[in-house]
Design a protein around this ligand. Sequence first.
Ligand code: FAD
Length: 476
Amino acid sequence: MAMYQRALCWVRRDLRLRDHTALAAATRQTREVIVVFVFDTNILRNLEDKDDRRLTFIHHSLQDMQRRLVKKGSSLLVCHGDPVLDIPRLAQDLKVQAVFTNRDYDPYARKRDRIVEQKLKISDVAFHSYMDQVVFEHPDIVTRQGEPYKVFTPYKNAWLAALRPEQLVEEKPNLKRLAQAKVFEKWSDPWSLKALGFEENDLWLKAGEEGARAAWKKFQKHMHRYHRDRDFPSRNHGTSGLSAHLRFGTISIRELVRTALTQKDEGARAWLTELIWRDFYQTILDRFSYVVRGAFRSEYDRIQWPGKPEHFEKWCRGETGYPLVDAAMRHFERTGWMHNRLRMVVASFLVKDLLIDWRWGEAWFARKLLDFDLASNNGGWQWCASTGCDAQPWFRIFNPVTQSKHFDPEGRFLRAHLPELAGFSNTHIHWPHEAPASEQEKAGCRLGRDYPTPIVDHAAQREKALKLFEGVSQTV
Ligand code: FAD
């Protein structure tokens, strides 16, 4: 194999040095590799919050990467601009012969990479992209007819059957080949978010490879209990908390799958299934990119959602009068993270109790989630709204009070995030509206004053939701 003299490794949602496919390939095939990250102005300009937590997470992760690179006598090149212009420009300035990168399946990223590749080609610079974010990409897992799977269980079975140890082998970069970037960007302080027009925000977790490794180490001790704990939001380490790390690639999916496979217990099997859902939704987004705009099952785009904008505002603020929904939404606002059970409860409530278009909720999550991932978020919302490929049937509607009793029986999550309800008994905290006046007084919480009265009646809304869906499914 001919060696390149110098190459760029362009990192995007793979902010680590360990087990990194593009970096391993680049350092195998090149004498000098420069690692570059571009704060993409096309993405930044669409962020609505100046203190968007994702930028803090990225910023901290880049700092972590920089520390590791400096130890190896190298450094990270950070730019702020449009990658379609910046990557070809850097390739020229740095006189590289190739650009290496890991594939990203978002429609925007796909288009961006196609343009970058074409531009590089004009100047005779090679563009190499690799699968790294997922274990399988399309068309690795297809039906006998060569079509992508639209139902999860057969996809999962095919995924497990196709898995070979070589797919999970650690992709070790040769860090001796990392070079110091000789060109300095005009942007004087790449380590300050202020220079990008953003502010730091608090993170509830440590970002970067260091944070990922610590979280992963902790979760490995709890993985065997995952199938029992995963649905209870107040249980410590009931789930891994790794979603933001997976989103930004501060840990390798191969490493997680390797470990889950060796543990072989029920907990590990259940957890592996969730990692497979992640691959599944990436394929759905990749092959059916229209889901970004509308329902996977397009007949559901005919639903005329009668919900009220003021109810949407109350849902966002956690003021619906339904304690589990409100606790989840307020915790979400403070942290940018939500437990999977609660994502399902609040999504179902928005769509099937407030009768609001699921895309409004999807957009709110896209704005606020630290682990926002277009494929998983869209898949999750379409599952809850019953419009997706392998979704919750439309006639199954979560009762938010029953969910609360079931998954937070002692009201621990509710008490932690709705302090005004903390004084209610375990019997009434899930639905304080039926607590006797004496209990309200004892709890120091007058309903309607200190905590909102319910904005809708679940039973009545349920009937309306069934009619809405029935109307559409009868015309199919
Ligand atoms: P764990 O339970 O430890 O799972 C391990 C990993 O598996 C997760 O980190 C995640 O990468 C993956 N995973 C778990 N569940 C799912 C799932 N249902 N679909 C796809 N991947 C999954 N996940 C995101 O990563 N980003 C999103 O934007 C996102 N939006 C969602 C929106 C809705 C409405 C719903 C119902 C789910 C959404 N999910 C999303 C899936 C899931 O809620 C989160 O991945 C999970 O809560 C993250 O916590 P964890 O890392 O502790 O998960």
